[in-house]
Design a protein around this ligand. Sequence first.
Ligand code: COI
Length: 355
Amino acid sequence: MDIKVTLANQLKTKPQDESKLGFGNFFTDHMFLMDYVDGQGWIDPRIVPYGDFHLDPAAMVLHYGQAIFEGTKCYRRADGGLQLFRPEANFARMTRSAQRLGMPALDEQTALEGLKKLIAIEKDWVPHQDGTSLYIRPTMIALDAQLGVHAAHHYLFYIILCPVGSYYKEGLKPVSIYVEDEYVRAVRGGVGFTKCAGNYAASILAGEMAAKKGFSQVLWLDGVEQRYVEEVGSMNMMFAYGNKIVTPALNGSILPGITRDSIIKVARQLGYEVEETRLAIEDIFADAKSGKLTEAFGTGTAAVISPVGTLCWKDETITIGDGGIGPVAGKLYATLTGIQCGRLEDENGWITKLD
Ligand code: COI
């Protein structure tokens, strides 16, 4: 499909200090848009100056929450070239999210073409410093101004870009996580496996309460017994017992993370044993106390790999390992970011070079 381009008359001043980018604070000069109309499919792919949308106050996304998104990144190599990491996996996951929420399957090919064209225009926004990248946020929302509860007939797909540093203010330093024992994030049969906005809305209250107690994030337990580890919301969880890594199996209520999948493959290639299983929180606590559990870390596009130094559950706080960055998390971080930034060979065909 032909992608029409309208360039901005005036460009923004780019953030000068890349060590202060943080996550999600700055947006580039342009965005990609494409409309969906029942009977016509995806139409009018275009790149336009970044700016406000016109939305009817009755737009269905604002009432019934048909909103899904993705997160992927563009990295700058040491030679200055740019590359994407598994963007097609994100667009395929968006189609799976869309299907669960009664939204149309994405035109994945046009989305990928649009993304490449958008990044070609915004290439100077991709930061240079180690640990930085251009975060890519594809989003799909329902537009119809109609208050009946049913699938919409018009949707908007868009991509915005954001130069980022680390997701947590701690960077690669270990974070403290609060195990939520009152609220739940998702139940099986629901929408937990999708990247829908509502999953994140459901997490905000618990996140705020945990932040007041000094924790970076909340670890969610399963929605039935509140016993089995699910995910952290911005990342999937992994636990190391020496050279064996265990992670909650995908059960329908956990997000099938692309970083999770990549880490499982890379870990096996590096010789670690990886088991996807059901993990009871009391076993995690017992194993941390006995020293059998040596490391815990989260994986996600925004967070990359984030070591967990302490876990608090029902007012008991435990330190995992020595509370620092363990060797397994360190090795996996170096390997994954090495592949993403072009320092290591891409044996799995995950990289799309843009130049
Ligand atoms: C990501 O890792 O890309 C996410 O979407 C997590 C979060 C920032 C919502």
